[in-house]
Design a protein around this ligand. Structure first.
Ligand SMILES: *[C@@H]1O[C@H](CO)[C@@H](O)[C@H](O)[C@H]1NC(C)=O
Ligand SMILES: *[C@@H]1O[C@H](CO)[C@@H](O)[C@H](O)[C@H]1NC(C)=O
Ligand SMILES: *[C@@H]1O[C@H](CO)[C@@H](O)[C@H](O)[C@H]1NC(C)=O
Length: 240
C-alpha cells in the first residue's frame, strides 16, 4: 500500500509544478475517519498548524476535539529555512494533506513530507513518541564511482550530523558535507521533530542510520532519504 502511494505521488510531482517539492505522504490503511466531527476537528488542527508553525520558530503542535474524535497534529519546517519559506510550505502541506489520502481510505494517521517541511495528524496522541514501525525511504539509482570510499565518507558524515543534531542547543537539526573525490561532495542532514526528547531523537536517528544498508541500497547510491514520523536522515551528492 505504502509503495503504491509513492508511485502515485511521484507521478503527481511530474504533472504539477505546484507540488514539485512534495516528497511523499503516508496514509494509515487500518483506520478510517469515522465521524463528521472528527473530520471537522482535523480541519481545525490543520488551520492552527498553518497559522502557528512559521511564527513559532518552525515548529508547532495542536490538539482539538473531545473523546474519540480528538485530533493531534504537528507541523515542522526544516530548521535552516526562513519564516516565509516555512509558512509557504506548511500552508501547501495543510491544504494538500487530506487530498493526498482522500483517494485511498481517509485514514486517521496521515503524514506529508516536503523538502522544507512536514505535517502530520492522527487520532492517536503521538507527541514525543518515536515509532519505528512506519518508515519511508527513497534512493537514487546512481552509483558512486568509488563505492568503498563513498561508504566510509558517508558513515563519517552521518555520524557527525547525528551526534551534533542531538546536542540540546541544535534542537534536533544538523547538516554538513564532506568530499568523496576532488570534485564531488556528499551533503548530509539529520532532523528530529521537536516534540521528541534528546534521547528519543537519538534513538530515531540511530535507528535510521543503522537501517541504511536495508533502506539505502547498501549505501551504494549517491542519494537517499530515510523518513520516520519523528526524524529523517538524508544525503545526496547534489546540494539541497
Ligand atoms: C494500525 O497499524 C499500526 C501500524 O501497523 C498499528 O500500530 C496500530 O495499532 C493499528 N491500529 C489498529 C486500530 O489496528
Ligand atoms: C526566504 O528564503 C527564500 C528561499 O531561499 C528566498 O527566496 C527568500 O528571499 C527569503 N526571504 C527572506 C525574507 O529572507
Ligand atoms: C473520503 O471522504 C470523502 C468525504 O467524506 C469522500 O467523499 C470520499 O469518497 C472518501 N474516500 C474514500 C476512498 O472513501
Amino acid at each position: 500500500m505504502a509503495s503504491f502511494r509513492l508511485v502515485f505521488l511521484l507521478l503527481l510531482c511530474f504533472c504539477s509544478a505546484a507540488f514539485a517539492e512534495l516528497i511523499t505522504s503516508y496514509c494509515s490503511d487500518n483506520t478510517t475517519i469515522a465521524s463528521a466531527q472528527m473530520s471537522a476537528n482535523i480541519d481545525v488542527v490543520l488551520r492552527q498548524l498553518a497559522k502557528n508553525t512559521a511564527k513559532n520558530d518552525g515548529f508547532s503542535i495542536a490538539t482539538y476535539g473531545q473523546g474519540k474524535d480528538t485530533v493531534y497534529g504537528l507541523g515542522q519546517c526544516r530548521k535552516d529555512i526562513n519564516s516565509s519559506a516555512c509558512s509557504t510550505c506548511i500552508h501547501d502541506a495543510a491544504s494538500y494533506i487530506r487530498q493526498s489520502c482522500y483517494y485511498e481510505n481517509n485514514g486517521t494517521d496521515e503524514r506529508i513530507y516536503y523538502d522544507n517541511c512536514l505535517l502530520r495528524y492522527s487520532d492517536q496522541k503521538f507527541f514525543g513518541i518515536f515509532d519505528p514501525s512506519v518508515v519511508m525511504n527513497f534512493y537514487s539509482s546512481i552509483k558512486p564511482r568509488d563505492q568503498d570510499f563513498f561508504r566510509v565518507q558517508l558513515e563519517t558524515l552521518m555520524n557527525f550530523v547525528i551526534s551534533f543534531a542531538v546536542m540540546p542547543q541544535n534542537k534536533g537539526f544538523m547538516k554538513g558535507s564532506t568530499a568523496v573525490s576532488s570534485s564531488v561532495d556528499i551533503y548530509g542532514i539529520a532532523q528530529c521533530t521537536q516534540d521528541l526528547s534528546t534521547s528519543s531523537c537519538q534513538t530515531c536517528l540511530k535507528t535510521g542510520f543503522a537501517n541504511f544498508d536495508k533502506l539505502c541500497r547498501k549505501q551504494k547510491t549517491v542519494g537517499c532519504r530515510v523518513q520516520y514520523g519523528g526524524c529523517y536522515l538524508r544525503y545526496d551528492t547534489d546540494p539541497f
